[in-house]
Ligand binder design. Sequence first.
Ligand code: CA
Length: 372
Amino acid sequence: MKIIHRITKMIVALMVLLLVACGGENTSGNTSVTGATKPTKKYNWKMTTTWPPNFPVLGEAANKYSEWVEELSNGQIKIKVYGGGELVPALEAFDAVSNGTIEMGSGASYYWAGKTPAAQFFCAVPFGMNSQQLTSWIEVGGGYELWKKTYAQFNLVPYLGGNTGVQMGGWFNREINSVEDFKGLKMRLPGIAGKVLEKAGGAAVLVAGGEIYTSLERGVIDATEWIGPYHDYKMGFHKIAKYYYTPGWHEPGSQMEFFVNKKVHDELPPHLQAVLEAASKRVQVWMLAEFDRQNGIFLDKLVNEEGVQVREFSKETLDVLRTYTDEAIQELIGNDPLSKEVYESYSSFQKRVSKWSEVTEKAYYNKIQKNN
Ligand code: CA
């Protein structure tokens, strides 16, 4: 018995030694039994964006994403950010990443409606969800799975890339007192909203960002929307249009995105995929915070320094536009089964969350905050 007891003690001691040895190797991480350091694989990527280089907030967010990915991955992933047109034209970002020419991109999914109409539901739907509600649908309401399914058709993996919050309704040179005032109006208004304007008797004109000011000044268009006070002030629209309308019924909280080539993405070890996700969540928080901060400052400038008149669309005007929006969406989903699937998830989530927002956020804004 004594011998057996001794042998047991020796085995236990040996096991402890082995465990300590293993533990020692684990904490040193990259050191192998021979004492050589294992190479850590490095990834050098390019990101092409749909914005001009360093574009306020949107371009800055791409730069911050790159910085945060490098920091979180301890330098394993380095992403060099390029503005639209530097590597490929802005609106070719989707194709360039899809075919693997460039590892990743940043943009807004409604730009890709021509490739797959379902894409626009992950960005902005007129009379749709605001940033808070949309984030909830994507994050925990089944939206992200549908987004991945939509983008997998193109060999892409999407990630949240920040949200603008509710945008402004646009700049007009005449008052919009009823939906009749949209008749004959030529306005820069993209996406589904453009179809809504056409149903109201107006004409949606596609104008690139850099040409909006001149088009409005020369009367090529009568009205335009852009983003919100911060960006609109920099564009100088207040110098050539009198009325600044709210709310942006057409873009109640435009969701931005990052997208990664799926093959490149799937080859990453899980901890680096987790880094891409963590940095995207950080951008999601940062962008809305920055938009709220800057828009607050620049709304004040527009109203108090530039004398801009902020007007609200009437409830009657918005009710008619909402009816036209419903028609436009029904036409869209009637022609595309994937859009139908995505919209059913989107709209059922919106119905439920709106009832909650009605008794909390809306009640708070209406009854408390506006009286402060
Ligand atoms: Ca806009």
